[in-house]
Design a protein around this ligand. Structure first.
Ligand code: ZN
Length: 84
């Protein structure tokens, strides 16, 4: 891991106690055409709960695939990997 990653992780941990500032992650469900933004720390639980309640546990709802690119870019920016 990059040394900076430790700091990023610690900062994100601090944010968990300030729920208003937790980054929201878009999830999509192609079956019922649901789109929602869920606080990062609740994404997995929310997706699992949605699938269990509405789709008999089928893993149809998931994090919006587009977000992974944005997240990767954002993490790279935060780590300073895009500078210089
Ligand atoms: Zn659904």
């Amino acid at each position: 891991m990059f040394p900076e990653a430790e700091e990023l992780y610690r900062v994100n941990g601090d944010l968990e106690s300030m729920t208003d500032d937790v980054p929201k992650i878009p999830i999509v469900c192609p079956v019922c055409e649901t789109r929602a933004k869920i606080p990062f720390s609740n994404v997995e639980e929310t997706v699992t709960d949605h699938n269990e309640r509405l789709h008999d546990g089928d893993p149809v709802a998931a994090v919006d695939p587009d977000v992974f690119d944005h997240l990767a870019d954002q993490v790279a920016v935060d780590l300073g990997l895009l500078e210089g």
